[in-house]
Design a protein around this ligand. Structure first.
Ligand SMILES: Cc1cc2nc3c(=O)[nH]c(=O)nc-3n(C[C@H](O)[C@H](O)[C@H](O)COP(=O)(O)O)c2cc1C
Length: 203
């Protein structure tokens, strides 16, 4: 809730929050999230990241339908045979999100506007100029007491997303971030020890 939350506290406690209340988020907070995202760096400072904040019920339903279309076949084999209890809990949360996405107050779609029409893998060419903004947005949400999670499954069919959001053919939709007040508690992220993921000088 507080603006006083330290950057470290936000970074180490910024879990993917999927179970969210349907209670509205103030518009000023949504704008603040995009303003934070907009402070992130981009290649050559081209600033071509674009953000669509979807609040309209029928628009949210269309995005929720796209998410279900791609999430169901992705989840099904894992659901039948979850590797462990932790992964089962993750799947339960993804399923909750799939069933309730249309009720979540804001679905934020992070895009990149290319100089020309983009297709196929070209869509991801400048993803690196959008993801820093996505992380800024997630941290800003955490500091405002809002839950959020980066997702990509709904965006697998770029033409379908462009059609729903009226995006020009130069736009790639790279991440969909459902945002709302969390139903559960925030908590620390759980990651591999730093010694497992770094070396000095050479690998
Ligand atoms: C590139 C990327 C794509 C992701 N796609 C999805 C997705 O489609 N659906 C979803 O529920 N979560 C998605 N996530 C969220 C991850 O599952 C989550 O960040 C990861 O499990 C760590 O969760 P934690 O921060 O709560 O520990 C994605 C995350 C990233 C970085």
């Amino acid at each position: 809730m507080s603006e006083q939350m330290s950057l470290n506290e936000a970074m180490y406690n910024c879990r993917a929050m999927r179970r969210l209340e349907s209670r509205e988020v103030p518009e000023a907070d949504l704008i603040q999230l995009i303003d934070a995202a907009n402070q992130a760096p981009s290649g050559s400072n081209t600033q071509n990241a674009r953000w669509v904040v979807v609040r309209d019920a029928s628009q949210k339903q269309k995005l929720a339908d796209l998410n279900r279309k791609h999430a169901e076949p992705y989840i099904a084999p894992q659901r039948a045979n979850p590797p462990n209890e932790k992964h089962k809990r993750l799947l339960d949360a993804v399923i909750w999100q799939m069933d309730h996405m249309h009720e979540i107050p804001a679905l934020i779609v992070a895009c990149f506007d290319y100089p020309e029409k983009v297709e196929g893998l070209g869509v991801y060419r400048s993803a690196g100029s959008v993801w820093p903004g996505i992380q800024n947005l997630l941290l800003a949400a955490r500091s405002l007491g809002l839950g959020a999670a980066p997702t990509t499954l709904a965006l697998r069919d770029q033409d379908a997303v462009r059609e729903v959001l009226n995006l020009p053919e130069t736009f790639a939709a790279l991440c969909l971030i459902p945002v709302g007040y969390p139903k559960g508690k925030f908590g620390p992220v759980s990651r591999k020890p730093v010694a497992d993921v770094m070396r000095f000088d050479r690998w």
